[in-house]
Design a binder for this molecule. Structure first.
Ligand SMILES: [Zn+2]
Ligand SMILES: [Zn+2]
Length: 234
């Protein structure tokens, strides 16, 4: 087998792509540094030229925005699972990165929040405390989507506020924080069918509840909660 010394650490390795990075523009087809040295060299280079590197990345990102969006949409599930996996394996690091991001982008984040709150305020708000209590009761104090109990339930907009979904009994569902932040702007059916906790039965109850509430809003008739629950909802 052909071997080759690394120009940096002087160790000799088999001249294969397992030990050396492939380099199409050189005659031998592989770099003169071994993989480990190449990695160190790149890291050092990046440290020395951090601004230029950032600029290049930024430029590339701007020029390939649509492609990136398309690629993301196409591989969404895979990317999200990878992110989740990475997060679980590097929790401490991920938390500190998030903290740093928050610190660096304070203004951006608070402007998003302000915009969101203004949007919510501009939409009808007819949900009374009793409505909200009824709503939680109907779903047996569980998350309407995943069925988790013993969690703090948030008022989740079935039709997102960004799509003008009001804060009303026919548009609010009790949801755990995870489902709430995972659903976000996505269309309910598209999002729900992809979840591991998808349940045909819960979907039925969600749609039933919302249609009952719609009817109640228009006719002021009270739906028979107790009978419905006894009919089979867990
Ligand atoms: Zn080396
Ligand atoms: Zn949930």
């Amino acid at each position: 087998m052909m071997t080759k010394p690394c120009r940096r650490c002087k160790n000799t390795y088999p001249a294969t792509s397992e030990y050396f990075t492939i380099a199409k523009h050189v005659k031998s087809g592989i770099t003169s540094y071994c993989r480990e040295c190449e990695r160190v060299r790149k890291t050092e280079y990046r440290k020395l030229h951090i601004d230029q590197c950032r600029e290049i990345v930024r430029k590339y990102h701007n020029e390939h925005k649509q492609e990136r969006k398309d690629r993301y949409e196409k591989n969404k599930e895979k990317i999200l699972t990878q992110c989740k996996e990475y997060y679980n394996n590097n929790k401490r690091e991920a938390i500190s990165i998030r903290k740093q991001y928050k610190k660096l982008n304070k203004d951006k984040i608070s402007s998003y929040k302000r915009k969101y709150m203004n949007k919510i305020k501009s939409l009808p708000n007819t949900l009374s405390l009793v409505d909200w209590q009824y709503c939680q009761q109907f779903f047996n104090n569980r998350c309407a989507y995943c069925g988790k109990d013993n969690v703090r339930l948030e008022k989740e907009h079935f039709i997102p506020a960004s799509k003008n979904g009001p804060l009303s009994k026919s548009n609010i569902l009790p949801s755990c924080a995870q489902c709430n932040s995972s659903k976000q702007e996505t269309d309910f059916e598209e999002w729900y069918k992809k979840q591991t906790f998808y349940s045909h039965e819960r979907q039925f109850y969600i749609l039933l509840y919302l249609s009952l509430m719609k009817r109640e809003e228009s006719t002021n008739a009270k739906p028979p909660f107790k009978a419905l629950r006894e009919a089979g909802m867990q």
